[in-house]
Design a protein around this ligand. Structure first.
Ligand code: NAD
Length: 474
């Protein structure tokens, strides 16, 4: 791609300003992404506003049909999309195939099916008279997404918002500006009405301008807790509804009866998925003191055995981090960890990766939960193994965190593990594995965010309720 584009009012336009998108594994330029200007954002918001009356008043069946055509057009492009995402951010291709390739179409069809089963109006009898309770579209949505799961995190906003009858301006992260335009190509092919979905890319300044834009009715943000706080403040001043999906530092609680082989198999994904660049990662491993040495050996063995390399190879477990900045940040945390705890695996850039922003899977043992490497989100392949004595102490350690996004509990006794899961203060948690479930709400408590995505709750996040009271029987 030689020119950067934005997608506004159903048209591709050459962007006024551009930034290079760099391939994580090769450090070569992949293409140019837009660096959206205020004037382009103004146009995108105006297009979304203009499209709102038609789209929000279209029948649910019409919108469901449009979402299915959009899903078909994305699915046709899936193979190219998931490879492009892996090149942009270093995600191992096996994971990208599902998360960036298949997931967007699956989620659009999920919300289309939900529309088929939902009623926009419900009549409730009152003491005198009755009330029609209506669900109306929230209006124009500003969606801001990060680079780590670019297609999945964008569609988690696009699909429910469009299903609800809202229109959108999506601002993609600069690192993954190219794949965002696949949504534009598919929207165009599917005949989505012009202005329903507008797409730009850009950095924090573009995001901040969009968040506070007078033409926006709701903000949906996924990213860091630091940026989430700034966005929440702006939305607070404007009394603008906002959904925030932020950072995490989740715990994997290995109970004392755990089958360690099965647990370690599960932790490959739960604790290392996407090179550690996953918000709900179980990055604190809580191990019973009675089996501490055994767990540390097993987790270190897992890290040492992961295949680090080209993200486009199916055999790769760990690809490069998204950028040099992210690699530096993770290496700085590893240095901090060396002064706080005992390094038992990894701890540096792998010697056999001459280019790309790789960090070897790293494990620290003898970690106190108050250490910075146990409290702060590192967002790389770095785990801490923390000892505990009783189930209650494990729960207390899991909860002793600024964050509350995810987590896992590991035991052959599923009911015991579920009781522990109930006691952990987090928005989402898995027993003996964790997989995102499109039918269940996803999101965090504490500094991990506000509101939920996915499931029927994800649709409700783009609706406002109106009660029309009427005299007389229902
Ligand atoms: P980031 O907050 O720096 O950037 C995320 C997006 O927000 C980018 O598009 C960026 O341009 C934009 N942005 C940054 N500052 C902004 C501001 N002040 N106003 C408006 N927009 C702004 O985050 P990142 O480093 O790109 O992504 C990693 C973070 O995202 C991690 O903390 C991770 O845990 C979090 N995350 C959370 C979830 C979740 O569902 N909870 C999912 C994935 C990632």
């Amino acid at each position: 791609m030689t020119t950067a584009s934005v997608f506004i009012a159903g048209q591709f336009r050459a962007a006024s300003e551009a930034t290079p998108v760099i391939e994580a594994a090769t450090e070569q330029q992949l293409g140019l992404g837009s660096a959206a200007t205020e004037s382009e954002i103004d146009d995108a918001v105006a297009a979304a506003r203009a499209a709102l009356p038609g789209w929000s008043s279209a029948g649910a069946q019409e919108r469901a049909g449009a979402l299915r055509l959009f899903a078909d057009a994305l699915q046709k492009r899936a193979a190219g999309t998931f490879e492009l995402c892996s090149r942009e951010n270093g995600m191992p291709i096996r994971l990208s195939k599902g998360a960036n390739g298949m997931f967007p179409a699956v989620l659009l069809r999920y919300y289309a099916d939900l529309l088929d089963r939902s009623e926009a109006e419900e009549v409730r009898p009152a003491a005198i008279g009755h009330t029609i309770v209506r669900r109306e579209a929230v209006g124009v949505v500003a969606a801001i997404t990060p680079w780590n799961y670019p297609q999945a995190l964008a569609i988690m906003k696009i699909a429910p918002a469009l299903a609800a009858g809202a229109t959108m301006v999506l601002k993609a992260a600069p690192e993954t500006a190219l794949d965002a335009l696949v949504f534009a190509e598919a929207a165009e092919e599917a005949g989505l009405p012009a202005g329903v979905l507008n797409i730009v890319a850009g950095g924090p300044a573009a995001g901040a301008y969009l968040v506070s834009h007078p033409g926006v009715d709701k903000v949906a943000f996924t990213g860091s807790t630091a940026a989430g706080r700034v966005i929440a403040e702006a939305c607070g001043r404007l009394l603008r509804p906002v959904t925030l999906e932020l950072g995490g530092k989740s715990a994997a609680i290995i109970l004392d009866d755990a089958d360690l082989d099965a647990t370690i198999k599960g932790l490959r994904s739960a604790s290392f998925v996407n090179n550690g660049q996953t918000c709900h990662l179980s990055s604190r491993i809580l191990a019973p003191r009675s089996r501490y040495a055994e767990v540390v050996d097993a987790v270190a063995g897992l890290a040492d055995g992961l295949v680090v390399g080209d993200p486009l190879q199916k055999s790769t477990d760990i690809g490069p981090l998204v950028s040099r900045r992210q690699q530096q940040r993770v290496l700085e945390y590893i240095d901090i960890g060396k002064s706080e705890a005992k390094l038992v695996a990894g701890g540096s850039v792998p010697g056999d990766q001459p280019r790309g922003w790789f960090v070897a899977p790293t494990v620290f043992a003898d970690v106190d939960n108050s250490a910075r490497i146990a409290q702060e989100e590192i967002f790389g392949p770095v785990l801490t193994v923390i000892p505990y004595a009783t189930d209650q102490e494990a729960i207390d350690i899991a909860n002793d965190s600024e964050f509350g996004l995810g987590g896992t509990v590991w035991s052959p006794d599923v009911e015991r593990a579920t009781d522990v899961a109930r006691a952990v203060r987090t928005g989402t948690i898995g027993v003996n594995e964790y997989q995102l479930d499109v039918n269940a709400p996803f999101g965090g408590v504490k500094s991990s965010g506000l509101g939920r995505e996915l499931g029927p709750e994800g649709l409700a996040a783009y609706q406002v309720l109106k009660s029309i009271y009427r005299v007389g029987p229902a």
